[in-house]
Design a protein around this ligand. Structure first.
Ligand code: GLC
Length: 540
C-alpha cells in the first residue's frame, strides 16, 4: 500500500502575504529544497516542505528474504555469516537495554559513565500558551538554518526560514572561520528579512547539536566534536563567547538567550504540540535522545540546591554509549575500522553503528571485504568501493525499496552509483546486507528509547523523533516498533515513536521563550540571570 500522506498547511502570516516570495511552512512528501545564489556568495535555500509520512508498515516490518534457492553455497555461507554478525536478537536487545538503564543512572552521578547525561537547564515543559517572536539558528551537519518563529499559543506556530549551505571544508576549519561563517549567515538573514535592523527584543535560541557541558542555559563548553566535525580551537571551550565575538565583529545585532541540543528542542517542540510527548530523539546524521528528569534524581546537580521536584531536561548523548565496553556492545570488524579511521577514534561507538553518517560506510566495508575474499564482483574494478564514505545511506534505502523479485533496481543502483556489474545472486546478498544493517540500526535505536522509558518509568507516551534516517529509511519505524515489543511485549506499542515537531527551530524558540519567562518571573535582569551561572535561581 502506498504511504498515506498527511498535509498540514499553516496559514501564511501577514508578512508572507505582503512578501509572497518568502515561502512558509507547509507539510508534504517528499521534502524539496531549492538553492539560490545570494549576493554575498552564500547560498540560501528556501525549504517550504516538511514530511510526515504515515506508512502502512509502521507496526510490522516486511520479511523479504525472497527465494534463495538459486544462490550458490559460497554466497549463502557469506549471507549466514553476515546474519550472525549483524543480528541483534531478542535476548541481546533485552540485555543491552538493562545495561543502558544502568549507564543512564550512572551518568547522572558525579562518577559519570560512557553516557554523559548532560543537564541542559531547560527546566520544564511549555504550557502550550507561549507566545512571541524569536530567532532560531540550527547548525546541522550540511546546512545552517536561520528561522524566525512566531509562537501563537495553543501549540501553534509560524516559521519564516532560510537555509545556507555549509561547505564541507567548514567542518575541518578553525573556530574563527566557523563562527564567522555563522555570523555571516545571520547577517544575511537580518538583511533579507529586516532590512538589516533587528528590534532589541528579538532573542535567539542556538541549536548546537554536539555534547556541551552547561552550567547555565546560555553557556556550553564543547566536550568533543561528533558527526565527523573537527574544527580547531573549540573543544574544551565555551562556544557562546566565540559565537558572540563573531556577531560583534560582523556587526550583527542579535543576542543569544539559549544554547540547546536538537534532541532537547525536539522534546520541547513536540510537547508544545502534543503534551503526552516525553522524549525527543534524533535518528539522522547522528543519533541521540533527551528526556525530562527531576533534580533529586540528578546527584551531579546537587550543589545547585534546586528544589527536588525541579524538572530538568537531560541531553543523554547516548551516541557515546559503551565506547569503552565492547563486551556489552559487540562491534563487527567494519564498525572497528570506521572508528579507527574517524577523526575521534574510541568515541561515539553506539552512534557509529546506527547513525546515518555511518550506515553506508558499514555497507561499503562489508562489500569490499567480501570482494577481497573472492566471494563477489569477481574480476571487476571496484575503485569506488575502495573510497571511504562513497556510499550514502540513500543507496541502502533504494536497495531496500527495490520492488522487483529479480532485484533489477539493486543491480542498476550498483552499476550507476558504484560502477559494479552484479548478477542476480550477488544482488540477493547485497539486498540482505542492506536489510541487516538497516535492521540493526532500527533495533539498537529502539533499544535506547526503551531504556529511557524504563529509567524514567514511562509506560505510555509519545516519543518525538526526527532526522533523515527516521524520516526516510524504509521500515525503520516498523523495525523499531518490533524491537520495543521484544522488550516490553504488547506494552511496547504504548511507546509511540512519532514524527517530532521542528525541534531545532520551534524548540529553540520555545526554550528561548521559557528562559525569558523565568528571568522575568525572578525579577532579574537577563545578564544577571543567565551569565552569572544562576539560571536556576527562578525556580526556587
Ligand atoms: C550527535 C551529537 C548530539 C546530537 C546528535 C543528533 O550525537 O553529539 O549532540 O544530538 O548527533 O544530531
Amino acid at each position: 500500500m502506498a504511504p498515506q500522506l498527511r498535509y498540514v498547511l499553516l496559514s501564511p502570516s501577514p508578512m508572507a502575504q505582503a512578501r509572497p516570495h518568502l515561502l512558509r511552512r507547509a507539510v508534504a512528501w517528499p521534502a524539496t529544497t531549492c538553492t539560490l545564489p545570494t549576493p554575498k556568495g552564500l547560498h540560501r535555500t528556501i525549504n517550504p516542505l516538511r514530511s510526515v509520512a504515515c506508512s502502512s508498515d509502521v507496526t510490522n516490518p516486511p520479511r523479504r528474504k525472497g527465494s534463495m534457492a538459486d544462490v550458490p553455497k559460497d554466497l549463502m555461507d557469506c549471507i549466514t555469516d553476515l546474519e550472525k554478525l549483524f543480528t541483534v536478537d531478542k535476548q541481546r536487545i533485552n540485555e543491552l537495554c538493562d545495561e543502558f538503564v544502568k549507564e543512564f543512572e550512572k551518568g547522572l552521578t558525579e562518577e559519570g559513565s560512557s553516557i554523559p547525561q548532560l543537564p541542559t537547564w531547560v527546566l520544564g515543559f511549555p504550557n502550550g500558551e507561549e507566545k512571541g517572536t524569536y530567532l532560531a539558528l540550527d547548525m546541522g551537519g550540511t546546512n545552517l538554518r536561520v528561522c524566525e518563529i512566531t509562537l501563537m499559543g495553543h501549540g501553534k506556530f509560524d516559521i519564516l526560514q532560510s537555509k545556507y549551505r555549509m561547505d564541507p571544508s567548514v567542518k575541518t576549519s578553525t573556530a574563527e572561520e566557523l563562527f564567522g561563517y555563522i555570523a555571516d549567515c545571520l547577517k544575511q538573514f537580518v538583511h533579507d528579512h529586516h532590512e538589516g535592523v533587528v528590534k532589541e527584543e528579538l532573542h535567539l535560541g542556538f541549536t548546537f547539536s554536539y555534547p556541551c557541558d552547561q552550567h547555565a542555559i546560555d553557556h556550553g563548553i564543547l566536550q568533543r566534536w561528533t558527526k565527523g566535525f573537527d574544527v580547531k580551537g573549540v573543544e574544551g571551550v565555551d562556544v557562546v563567547p566565540l559565537f558572540e565575538a563573531a556577531l560583534k565583529e560582523k556587526g550583527v545585532p542579535i543576542k543569544l538567550t539559549a544554547l540547546i541540543n536538537d534532541t532537547t528542542g525536539a522534546l520541547i517542540a513536540s510537547n508544545y504540540a502534543h503534551p503526552d510527548t516525553k522524549m525527543g530523539v534524533i535518528f539522522g546524521t547522528g543519533c541521540n535522545a533527551a528526556y525530562m528528569e527531576v533534580a533529586e534524581n540528578i546527584p551531579k546537580v546537587a550543589k545547585h540546591n534546586l528544589p527536588p521536584d525541579t524538572p530538568m531536561a537531560i541531553n543523554c548523548e547516548w551516541g557515546a554509549a559503551f565506547s569503552d565496553r565492547p563486551d556489552v556492545l559487540p562491534r563487527t570488524k567494519y564498525d572497528v575500522i570506521i572508528d579507527k579511521e574517524s577523526p575521534r577514534p574510541g568515541q561515539q561507538a553506539f552512534e557509529k553503528m546506527i547513525a546515518g553518517l555511518y550506515l553506508g560506510e558499514v555497507f561499503r566495508l562489508a562489500l569490499l571485504d567480501l570482494h577481497q575474499q573472492g566471494h563477489i564482483f569477481l574480476g571487476q574494478s571496484v575503485a569506488k568501493l575502495q573510497t571511504s564514505y562513497t556510499i550514502d545511506t540513500e543507496i541502502l534505502s533504494l536497495i531496500e525499496l527495490d520492488p522487483f523479485e529479480n532485484l533489477r533496481e539493486t543491480i542498476d543502483v550498483l552499476e550507476t552509483k558504484l560502477g559494479i556489474q552484479c548478477n542476480e545472486q550477488e544482488a540477493k546478498l547485497v539486498r540482505r546486507l542492506a536489510e541487516l544493517i538497516g535492521t540493526r540500526s532500527a533495533r539498537l535505536s529502539a533499544c535506547g528509547v526503551a531504556a529511557i522509558a524504563k529509567k524514567a518509568g514511562l509506560t505510555k507516551c509519545k516519543v518525538g523523533a526526527d532526522g533523515s534516517v527516521f524520516n526516510l529509511y524504509p521500515h525503520f519505524k516498523a523495525r523499531g516498533a518490533e524491537a520495543l515489543r521484544d522488550i516490553f511485549g504488547d506494552a511496547g506499542d504504548d511507546i509511540d515513536i512519532v514524527h517530532a515537531e521542528d525541534g531545532s527551530g520551534v524548540g529553540a524558540a520555545l526554550i528561548a521563550a521559557l528562559t525569558l519567562e523565568r528571568v522575568k518571573a525572578a525579577g532579574l535582569s537577563r545578564e544577571c540571570m543567565l551569565r552569572k551561572g544562576v539560571s536556576h535561581a527562578a525556580v526556587s
